[in-house]
Design a protein around this ligand. Sequence first.
Ligand SMILES: Cc1ncc(COP(=O)(O)O)c(C=O)c1O
Length: 446
Amino acid sequence: MLNTEGQTHLSSPNDLDNFWMPFSANKAFKKDPQLIVKSEGIWHYNHKGETILDGSSGLFCCPLGHTRKEIIDAVHQQMSTNDYVPPFQIGQPLSFEFANVLSRILPEHINHTFFVNSGSESVDTAIKIASAYHWSQGDHQRTRWVSRSRAYHGVNIGGLSLSGMARNRMQFPTTMPNVSHMRHTWTEECRFQPGQPSKGKDLADDLEIIAETYGGHTIAACFVEPIAGSTGVLVPPVGYLEKLRQICDHHGILLVFDEVITGFGRTGQPFASQSFNVTPDILTMAKALTNAAIPMGAVAVKDHIYDTITQKAGNGIDLFHGYTYSAHPAACAAGIATQQVFQKENLLKKAQDLIPIFSKAMHALEDIPAVSDIRSYGLVAGIDVIPDPRGAGIRGGALQAELFKKGLHVKFTADAAIVAPAFVYGEEDIDRLAGLLRETLSTVKV
Ligand SMILES: Cc1ncc(COP(=O)(O)O)c(C=O)c1O
């Protein structure tokens, strides 16, 4: 049953019992496991020797394709010379080098980067940096946080509190207080629309209403994903992010863009902030930062935020926050190598060239009866399937499994498929991806 070609010692279903899989139906998986034993380029290979096309760049984190030699070599070299250095009070050169590399592609005036180990940590770190910024200015009234329904800001308590996905919160009744949620940006106008919806910018007035209700001077920060990714690719209406920026400026609220999915070329520019021409005060990132070879996240902040917090501290510790593995040498090496591949292979341009081909192929699926909506921007698309009458997510789960059997991995959230090809896809790979989606989604009886 578990033919893993000698790579592991798993030989019976009981051998799967000890590992508690995250965000997974453990019992169902262990009855019918799908183990990936090898990954290369845009392909996975499972334990039955079958080939699976990676249609979501892993979890939107491998835009360069899998097992890139340049990254492996850089990590190997780093691990052989300087495997670990405590990041508190002493340092290692690659963390400074990597922050310099990032500041060349980050939006203007965002030049200071704090490294963490995941997207969830980046969001909770951003909450703490925003708090510390206001505290450093003697502004102790800003204890309210704003985010949006259908937001996903990771799984740590801060990010979970900001998130707007009921199912993710249900088991965890203790969250951060003083969080207000704006409405999400999906409206009927968006249905089957590629790119930014033309209407809906006034949904940003929700922030003004929250400011009027609680006092703008009590709000520390407003967190949004420029494109809400995990709940199915909700693209911001034209003018919406600009309006949020204006309202934040008016009330002294920090604007935080959670670019954990949208960072590193997914929208056709290094960051969505540049695609939409709106600059936040704080920007979180994680996926694609190291092409997922080594876990890493980061928070980048505007110069005045860094200056305010560090000046207040004088020669003492400025931010009482950090992780044992912050700026781990292996992760920095992987991140720098990832950026070198981006440059060498002109991958941003490649992504830009692929966007119209991808968008056309995804939106061509709209005639399938089970498909109720398709949204896209850059190299990410959300395809909604009409839910099974027995409940949300049942059909999505079944379709994910069926696609996997047919040779395509696509991430589903409930009944939305989130498609996000690697930037190294060719046109023929997009055809194959769209073909497999059509073949499977067309079988659904509605
Ligand atoms: C916008 C956003 N923020 C945060 C996270 C959490 O990242 P991680 O799973 O690395 O903790 C995600 C993950 O999908 C995300 O999409």
